[in-house]
Design a protein. Structure first.
Length: 225
């Protein structure tokens, strides 16, 4: 039997929090070391392959824990063969985990995804163009890319600015989803500010040209790396 690690908690001593069931219906339990605890469940090798249902069970268990106390969540698939390996992990990374727990204590993660306005597609310069025409076309292409990057940056700053005072940290990612330019913002939000955060999002949504989608609250996966 092996042990699947869900997350690291503080306050190993004293009253232990009730723990949920995790992957394959296995009950979670704590492996303690001084001021830290590792939340784990037993897992068979046949249950390690990440399917949608197993990842959902894993994340549901983490959500159940973080509703009661701060937890440093780990991605699915962190497995140990012996409890002593878990204790060694807590000893070696103890200061890092304690710092992370202080950072995320009382907070959840909220996400905002912005699909940026569609812009006309333009082809790159054709290879048969003369040298001067080719260089001109290249300059225009790079200028368009700069304008798009600036638009993304302005959108990110505008949304973050509207939400100022309601989050501790923000991370952002630019990319494409379903062929559309997409801005993903991740916010570390104090639980006591969640209601105001949602209200302000509604005001932002009505004022933006981009399509906005709100998600969360989640365990703060993007703020424990």
């Amino acid at each position: 039997m092996r042990y699947l690690l869900y997350g690291v908690l503080g306050g190993a001593g004293g009253r232990k929090p009730p723990l949920p069931r995790g992957v394959a219906g296995e009950r979670l339990f704590l492996v303690n070391n001084h001021r830290l605890s590792a939340a784990v469940s037993a897992i068979r090798s046949s249950d390690l392959v990440p399917t949608a249902s197993r990842v959902w069970e894993y994340e549901k268990a983490l959500e159940s824990i973080y509703r009661r106390q701060a937890v440093v969540p780990l991605r699915y698939g962190t497995v140990f063969g012996h409890k002593r390996q878990l204790i060694s992990l807590l000893q070696e990374r103890g200061p890092k985990y304690e710092a992370l727990l202080r950072r995320i204590d009382g907070c959840v993660e909220m996400g905002i995804r912005a699909f940026l306005p569609r812009r006309p597609k333009r082809r790159g310069p054709a290879a048969h163009l003369s040298g001067a025409a080719y260089l001109t076309a290249q300059r225009e292409r790079y200028a368009r890319e700069d304008r798009l990057a600036l638009e993304q940056e302005i959108t990110a700053k505008t949304i973050s600015g509207f939400l100022s005072g309601l989050f501790r940290r923000c991370k952002r990612e630019f990319g494409f989803l379903a062929g559309r330019r997409c801005l993903s913002l991740h916010f570390l939000v104090p639980k006591k500010a969640l209601r105001d955060f949602r209200k302000r999002f509604v005001a932002i949504e009505a004022d933006q040209e981009s399509e906005l989608f709100l998600s969360g609250p989640w365990p703060p996966f993007n703020f424990v790396e």
